[in-house]
Design a protein around this ligand. Structure first.
Ligand code: G1P
Length: 289
């Protein structure tokens, strides 16, 4: 079956204030975990899910993202044929396999608004949304791949969720629903950043969505909610009430790289992983000799 999800939208206009001063002149999506910027992890996850068109909603001061997914002739020229050339292998491969399109969110009016800004890049088709500061890793399939599989079965909007400590509900969109298969919930309620006392559950939305294109009209009708911003969570609740929205407890782990704590945890995790991978490679190479 061909992949019904052809495009992935990356809302990337936010200021990244929690990482100031690092994010003063550098987009937060370009902060590296080891040597790779957060947004490249996201693009690679989308690619692994069979999605080749990346639609990026940027803002002022975000040009480095476009430059990252482009050829740097001077750099290529300098290191071609040298021992350093392999450092560019991964990003070259991403650039070759994907197309990138960009639009700007002129005013910061919330995640729902950012997604609506991407409408022209997406068109009338189901699409994925990936928030690059939620960095995910899984020993089997990537989170977006898991969600694409689910979309093929249910053909409706899907949000990824995970269990969080109840006291953290005011940092996330939180859902409530009926579990129709293990780990798959039919959404009945959805609230943006509720206080723990009123949160409908401890199942938090993380930055992976598959959305059907009727969401654009719903967002247009959605009034500003939490923080005076247009929330995708509110639009999705409307969609759930009109039809069906699923919430999916993904397999794998997720790091909140929008926080210093999560960023450091991600760095340690990927560092340990890279050491293990190097050792495995070394063993393989020795075996060949
Ligand atoms: C956004 C969404 C929220 C979701 C979160 C996941 O919030 O509005 O529903 O739980 O992403 O990271 P933000 O973190 O941008 O404030």
């Amino acid at each position: 079956m061909t992949n019904p999800i052809k495009k992935c939208l990356f809302p990337a206009a936010g200021y990244g204030t929690r990482f100031l001063p690092a994010t003063k002149a550098t987009p937060k999506e370009m902060l590296p975990v080891l040597t790779k910027p957060l947004i490249q992890y996201g693009v690679e996850e989308a690619l692994a899910a069979g999605i080749e068109n990346m639609a990026i909603v940027t803002g002022r001061g975000k040009r480095a993202i476009e430059d990252h997914f482009d050829i740097s002739y001077e750099l290529e020229h300098q290191i071609k044929g040298t021992s350093k050339e392999h450092y560019l292998t991964e990003i070259r491969s991403v650039i070759t396999k994907c197309t990138f399109s960009y639009t700007r969110q002129i005013e910061m009016k919330g995640l729902g608004h950012a997604i609506l800004c991407g409408e022209n890049l997406i068109g009338d088709q189901p699409f994925a949304v990936l928030l690059a500061d939620d960095l995910c890793d899984s020993s089997s399939k990537g989170v977006l791949s898991q969600m694409v599989d689910l979309y093929k079965k249910y053909h409706c909007s899907i949000v990824a969720i995970e269990e969080i400590p109840k006291e953290d509900t005011n940092k996330y969109g939180v859902i409530a629903g009926n579990e129709i298969e293990p780990g798959i919930f039919m959404v009945k309620d959805m609230v943006e950043k509720p206080e723990p006392e009123v949160a409908p559950s401890n199942l938090a939305i993380i930055g992976r969505y598959i959305l059907t294109p009727d969401i654009f009209d719903i967002i247009r009708e959605t009034k500003p909610g939490k923080g005076g911003e247009i929330q995708i969570t509110d639009a999705l609740l409307t969609q759930a009430r009109k039809g069906m929205v699923l919430a999916y407890k993904f397999e794998g782990q997720r790091f909140d790289c929008g926080s210093i704590d999560g960023f450091v945890k991600a760095t340690n995790y990927f560092y340990d992983k890279s050491i293990k991978d190097d050792k495995k490679q070394e063993k393989k190479d020795n075996g060949k000799k």
